[in-house]
Design a protein. Sequence first.
Length: 406
Amino acid sequence: MSVEIRPATDAEMGDFRQVATDALMVAPGTYPPEAILAIRPQMTLCAFEEGRVATSYAVWPLKMRFNGGALPVAGITFVGTRPTSRRKGYLRQIVSKHLEMLHEKGGPSVAALYASQASIYQRYGYGIVSTHHRYTAAPCDLLFAHPAGDGLPTGRLRELADDETDVLKALYLDFVQARTGYLHRGSATWKSGVLWQASPNEHLYKVVYEEGGRPLGYVIYSLKGEKRPRGEPWQKIEITDLVWLTPQAYRALWCHFSGAGLVFEITWRCVPQDDPLPHLLLEPRRLNMRAGDGLLARVVDVPGAMQQRRYDESGQLAFEVTDALCPWNAGRWQLETADDRVLVERTSRPPELIISIDTLAMLLFGQISPSEAVRMGRAVTPEGCDLAKWDRIMRTRHKAFCPDFF
């Protein structure tokens, strides 16, 4: 059966939304219903079978922090296929065409997504570039290993009013400046993301920590009641965003939850891999911490992606990339960093490292180091390669993380 790969028209958007929502089958309250309505026809690239949408696919134009740099990103969203159209290779055709289009028009140099199954997208050269943790704890278990001494919070906590979102935005900008993976949030991202109230039966709190009137951190969370045995705590807290500029602010925000006597459970579903709480608590196993794959990223253009990142070490690296889906990426490259200058160009130098395109994404986002990639078998290096130099140049200041689902 012939298939046509193209954007949907205005008249076909109803069909697009039906395929996308049926395929995802997410629980009510998972994302705002307006999100899919914000997708315009020019943001889509679909497979059509006999004039009907067989596979849906859309792209958000995003910008992401990249170890101190700003990275335009194609945020892939609302991907789905009709049950009768599966196993026909439609998604591969869409992904291939989209990557070619991005390459031909000069960017974005990276595509990113959250996957229902990582195995689907790793076949197309996506690498898992962040690990997300999850905490589930009772307030009484938020006991610190060092409850007294220097560094204790001396400021105050207060609840922000609805017209004080500028406080949140300023703190967020400061917090993410040197990080990797965090989005540049516009008003719509704030409203449909961490400030979205999924149910009228829960209350959204925005709590800020201040010292001398200066905001140094915030936490956003929802509070709701659940049916519980009589006499037991019946409230539940769900954290959606936590930002801190000092250790004192971080500690104060968690101490805020430790006194919630009517709460039986505190959940934070999307936690950065390098979050400090497990290293601070008296009994960290009470966090019931779980880990899973987070953000996936695909390098569309090697020099374009690498030159938009910041590097804290000067030096030169010669490497070879393998990429079956995007042949323009394959071959030998040289990275040269010096202060704020970054240059990536073709080279005839023998490679110090041979890597696949998905492993390159993992190195760029700091998910693994070059020496770890070699030990894992994700990279090959000749004898005598200075892996310590590679580790220094490719190191990121923080582990990659993106709290906003798109």
